[in-house]
Design a protein around this ligand. Structure first.
Ligand code: BV8
Length: 237
């Protein structure tokens, strides 16, 4: 079988789980995990930000600080290796990594052709002048925007009901994909959960690497189960 030329990889919280970053739906029954008794779906929304901005800012300040103490794991590193190696292995080959995760572990592992479709913890967005800034500290004290000086910075995160980033770039990559690989995602959140159907429509091969079967498992030609730090390097190498 010939090697795929263009690979599109989608990752979710499961790829960072072994770096010590909690997944979302890791509750005992696979239900929504909670933060201070709040469902993430109830805090990660524009409505929650209007209703209780301090609660939402504290939620993201806590997570922004926490991820800075975490390290990329063998799965992140294997995907960065694949991206670097693919063009030499297959003429004109490419690897596009679309992540739902808002940590920076793929980037720190060396992935470059990376689309963080749900935003990033280490970025702040000014709702007054629409500028974005690398940000590692808290936002709870309403720091001034480095561009316009107003105290209008919010987490640069795509909340439920908001449009994910770079959907055009994602659709362009999906349109030419020969192989679509989904790693560490429950397939609960759209539009990411629908990408496998796009892949099937254009005739790409589809592979799922996950700890357990996702909600979209039936759409994949092949599924391999296990912890990402084992099954991702096994697949890459
Ligand atoms: C949009 C930032 C319009 C926040 C996030 C009704 C039906 C269908 C859809 C909807 C509906 N009502 C509303 C919607 C749309 C909604 C949605 O899908 N809701 C869901 C809850 C039903 N989506 C939206 O609102 C999106 N916007 O639709 O806009 C639009 C669309 C297209 C074009 C134009 C307009 C915006 C969604 C973005 C929300 N923001 N994150 C934050 O992080 O604080 S989503 C959030 O969930 C995270 O980003 C996370 O990545 C994402 C998905 O979760 P997973 O990554 O899959 O994580 P999860 O815990 O669920 O699963 C972990 C998996 O890993 C498990 O399978 C587990 O087995 C596995 N695992 C665990 N450990 C390991 C492992 N695997 C390997 N190794 C391990 N060690």
């Amino acid at each position: 079988m010939s090697l795929p030329q263009h690979i599109v990889i989608l990752t979710g919280a499961g790829v960072s789980a072994e770096s010590g970053i909690d997944t979302f739906r890791s509750g005992a029954n696979g239900g929504p995990s909670l933060w201070e008794q709040h469902r993430v779906e109830d805090v990660a929304t524009p409505e929650a930000f209007v209703r209780d901005p301090d609660l939402v800012l504290r939620f993201y300040d806590m997570r922004r600080a926490a991820i800075q103490e975490k390290l990329p794991n063998a799965a992140h590193r294997a995907l960065a290796r694949l991206e670097r190696a693919w063009p030499a292995k297959v003429p004109g080959g490419s690897v596009t990594l679309v992540t739902q995760n808002v940590d920076d572990l793929h980037r720190r592992a060396g992935s470059d052709n990376l689309i963080p479709m749900h935003g990033q913890h280490l970025s702040a967005w000014c709702t007054a002048c629409d500028s974005r800034h690398a940000w590692t500290g808290p936002l709870i004290d309403r720091p001034p925007c480095p561009t316009c000086g107003t105290a209008a910075l919010r987490p640069d995160i795509v909340w439920f009901g908001e449009v994910p980033y770079r959907m055009d770039d994602i659709h362009d990559a999906m349109a030419r994909a020969d192989l679509f690989v989904s790693i560490g995602t429950s397939g609960a959140v759209y539009p990411a959960a629908g990408f496998v159907r796009l892949a099937r429509e254009i005739g790409a091969e589809t592979l799922e690497l996950n700890l357990d079967r996702s909600q979209g498992s039936a759409w994949f030609h092949d599924t391999r189960l296990g912890p990402a730090t084992q099954i991702v390097p096994d697949w890459v190498d």
